[in-house]
Ligand binder design. Sequence first.
Ligand SMILES: *[C@@H]1O[C@H](CO)[C@@H](O)[C@H](O)[C@H]1NC(C)=O
Ligand SMILES: *[C@@H]1O[C@H](CO)[C@@H](O)[C@H](O)[C@H]1NC(C)=O
Ligand SMILES: *[C@@H]1O[C@H](CO)[C@@H](O)[C@H](O)[C@H]1NC(C)=O
Length: 394
Amino acid sequence: MVSLLATVLCLAVAPLATAYPKAEAVEARCGNIPSNYQPPSITTLPDPFTFINGDRVKSKRDFRCRQKEIAALFARFELGDKPAADSVKGSFANNILTVTVTNNKKSIAFNATITYPEKGKAPYPAIITLGYPNIPKLDGVAFINFPNDQIAGQIGASYRGQGLFYELYGKNASAGSLTAWAWGVSRLIDALEETRGTKINVEFIGVTGCSRNGKGAFVVGALDDRIGLTIPQESGTGGSGCWRVADATKAAGTNIQTAAQIITENTWLSQRFDPWTTKVSSLPIDHHLLAGLVAPRGLLVIDNDIDWLGPTSTAVCMGVGQLVYKALGETDAFGYSDVGAHNHCLFPDSQKPQLEAFVKKWLFDKEVDTDGVFVTSRNITLTDWYKWKVPRLY
Ligand SMILES: *[C@@H]1O[C@H](CO)[C@@H](O)[C@H](O)[C@H]1NC(C)=O
Ligand SMILES: *[C@@H]1O[C@H](CO)[C@@H](O)[C@H](O)[C@H]1NC(C)=O
Ligand SMILES: *[C@@H]1O[C@H](CO)[C@@H](O)[C@H](O)[C@H]1NC(C)=O
């Protein structure tokens, strides 16, 4: 068994933040990608701090604009579009929140069951779970079960276009299931905001899921600024791993999930992604930028030492993603913890203190030291994987 080498990256000490800053509005031009845009090939991880037109990001405000561009690039190349809806209604009874969404005169409805904590006091912060939670119960935190499989099917690749999302937007909608779930969680939060009696504090919402649902949790957190803490668990390639690093790991002889494999297995990604899976170095994005979309909000990436998940890929990918938090001066909002020697999706006790610290800080607004959490057994050299400078943004 590999012995654990905890690498603690000591980064600049950020002022003690007590809640993540609310996203500023950005100009409408942000996120407009020319329709004829052809991304250049780059074998290392793309620069978070340069716009596709070559302009550098010089301020936090510029970075908000770049985040819109990054989200648009993810939509165009990998995830498909996350559409708006005409209206959302919530109703609450017997601990079930029923969310009804109407678009273009069609409606769908789904139920989200809320499980309240034994201790703590209302209104409760809540963690939305894709599937059953694989993290332990947390004092004072409600869990809201989001029925992601009803929103978009994921039994196998033949389930593309199945689920409530596609009843509203058509079977040929560009969104893969991860994006459809992100849409559904956003509508669930819309409903929480307007429904009385749920005893949930909508200012303090987290999201989690494990494995395939961990890929989902990461995309959900990346695409909705109202989520203060994102906890993707053992999400591997398509979640906390990078496409480029996964391909390099596979080429070196490890049995890891790759872009070319993932599209044959399931419906998670948009079909727009298919042509790029044999040339991932031509993608203008990679998953360090998924972390870059969650920033500066809380992100605790839980991983496991299983080859298929790619512990080197996730450590490199999140190590480079962490540089975005460094640029923003928000390193206490980022954690990566890969602890092995346990079954897939079985949360080990040794990670509980990190989880509890992130929850206290980002869901209870308590002053807790969460800075510099980076645990891996892998000997990684981040500078092999990025060739750009990390600015300090104000
Ligand atoms: C939601 O749950 C209620 C109560 O169990 C049930 O009557 C209703 O049919 C459910 N709705 C959906 C959309 O599943
Ligand atoms: C969906 O796409 C398929 C294949 O391109 C096409 O045959 C079908 O007509 C499309 N359906 C709708 C509703 O647009
Ligand atoms: C880590 O890798 C570098 C070069 O890639 C090597 O010089 C170093 O000895 C390695 N360290 C350990 C602990 O294996």
